[in-house]
Design a protein around this ligand. Structure first.
Ligand SMILES: Nc1ncnc2c1ncn2[C@@H]1O[C@H](COP(=O)(O)OP(=O)(O)OP(=O)(O)O)[C@@H](O)[C@H]1O
Ligand SMILES: [Mg+2]
Length: 465
């Protein structure tokens, strides 16, 4: 039997370590998602007859607002190469007005998967695509010096000599331009190119009204009727941008789309992850049926077959949802997980609770993550030539204020740090370009002076923090 050891799949410990770089605490939730991910990798290696029997262990994350539920999902999507989408359950309650049908989440997942596969296969056609791009750009830049293709061989005979001189001139000029192009010296020139656009006003007009639900866009119509490509139109742009546009077009032309969609379907079916955020918003507290609650329960019923495993039709063909992993999250302030319909509860066997954040957590959140707020502000102000140093005592004070305001007013979790930091650094942020001091120490006193009055005045903090 094959072992997972050298497949390059992250171990649960490695997944947690990656998440640790951005999210403080919440170890139980991190562990649960890490196990779920690893189980997908394990499933791929077990004998086929029981492979199909192993259902994904869907997870539901429960916890108050602003403590890292969505953040875990966001980071997870970046670190696993699986197709991943995040949807908000509440947006499906408005179907018929501006909402969308629940199956569209699977279609979206497949689109993500297609892009993922395309990116993976890009490399294999890149060299060829680059050569073609350069040739095309040269044609645009030197319309009179098209690559020397002689269309009429009879003409060639009569003008043989002339042609030959012309050819050498052509290829010389093209070579010169090619060199300039490769050195980026023509990047700022404006040229007019022909682009194949994917959108058509007609289809866009319909798409809002549900055609999008069928997952059809003009590329498909174009493929159906015209054999590739949408509408062609002229566009003025810089050479720099044109390079990218043409390169993308050439890559698309070179990729075998049948192969891409086959791989994409398989990848989505076996490794896809759908993160359903705000699931508490579709829980129904009482059984008295007001319109809104009927609609919410309706969304739950629509979700059920997808999560249980069914087939969803997409523009790439039917997709089976049996092995897609679903992770749901919700604050469950107003409702409880038990307010979800029982069948749906059963589809999420793993429940993890995320805990409220403490003052100590705030200290870490302010400093430890790779994208920590203090680091962000430092970098921002560095661009103005100003160095700010956060003293430990200041960080502790900020955390304390955040914690206090959270417990005295609404608990909005780590989001409180954003508002507090913004207020704290408001003056520096405003004055930075004109400041004489080029280094600012942020110590406890600085924090107190900036925030004490606001924190201690409930009315003020209600509006400001
Ligand atoms: N445990 C944590 N570690 C690091 N940063 C955190 C943590 N919790 C929250 N944050 C920060 O706070 C912000 C809000 O967190 P997040 O979006 O994950 O909230 P949530 O739990 O999904 O809340 P809601 O229920 O309101 O959707 C994020 O920008 C994130 O950076
Ligand atoms: Mg969230």
């Amino acid at each position: 039997m094959k072992l997972l050891k050298n497949t390059g799949d992250l171990t649960p410990r490695e997944i947690v370590a990656e998440l640790d770089k951005y999210i403080i605490g919440q170890n139980e939730a991190k562990k649960a998602v890490a196990i779920a991910l690893r189980n997908r990798a394990r499933r791929k290696l077990i004998p086929e007859d029981i492979r199909d029997e192993v259902a994904p262990k869907n997870i539901i994350m429960i916890g108050p607002t602003g403590i890292g539920k969505t953040e875990i999902a966001r980071r997870l999507s970046k670190l696993c190469r699986a197709p991943f989408i995040k949807v908000e359950a509440s947006k499906y309650t408005e179907v018929g007005y501006v909402g969308r049908d629940v199956e569209s989440m699977i279609r979206d997942l497949l689109n993500v998967s297609v892009n993922l596969i395309k990116n993976e296969l890009r490399e294999s056609v890149m060299t060829e695509a680059e050569i073609r791009t350069t040739e095309q750009l040269l044609n645009y830049l030197l319309p009179d010096y098209k690559a020397t293709k002689i269309k009429n061989p009879f003409l060639q005979k009569t003008e043989e000599e002339k042609q030959e001189i012309q050819n050498t001139a052509n290829s010389d000029t093209r070579e010169k331009f090619k060199k300039l192009l490769e050195e980026g010296k023509l990047d700022d020139r404006t040229i007019e190119i022909t682009v194949t656009s994917n959108s058509s006003p007609v289809v866009e007009l319909f798409s809002g009204a549900g055609l999008e639900g069928m997952g059809i866009n003009l590329t498909d119509l174009g493929n159906m009727f015209g054999g590739g490509g949408g509408k062609r139109k002229k566009r003025k742009t810089t050479v720099r941008e044109a390079k990218n546009i043409i390169l993308d077009q050439e890559i698309d032309k070179l990729l075998d789309m049948d192969k891409v969609t086959d791989l994409a379907k398989e990848r989505a079916e076996k490794e896809g992850i759908v993160f359903i955020d705000e699931i508490d918003k579709i829980a129904v507290k009482s059984r008295n049926s007001s319109g809104a609650e009927v609609s919410r329960e309706g969304v739950q019923r629509d979700l059920l077959p997808i999560i249980e495993g069914s087939q969803v039709n997409t523009k790439y063909g039917p997709v089976k949802t049996d092995h897609i992993l679903f992770i749901a999250a919700g604050a469950f302030h107003m409702s409880k997980p038990t307010d979800l319909i029982p069948e749906l509860q059963g589809r999420f066997p793993i429940r993890v609770e995320l805990s409220s954040l403490t003052k100590e957590d705030f200290i870490e959140i302010l400093t430890k993550p790779k994208n920590a707020l203090t680091i962000q502000y430092k970098e921002l102000l560095k661009t103005e030539g100003i160095k700010i140093n956060f003293k430990d005592e200041a960080i502790a004070k900020i955390a304390e204020y955040a914690y206090d305001v959270n417990s005295e007013m609404e608990n909005i979790g780590a989001r409180r740090l954003h508002t507090i930091m913004e207020k704290l650094l408001e003056d520096i942020s405003f004055n930075a370009p004109d400041m004489d001091e080029k280094e600012v120490d942020i110590d406890e006193k600085f924090v107190e002076e900036a925030l004490k009055n606001i924190v201690e005045n409930a009315d003020l903090s209600k509006y400001i923090l």
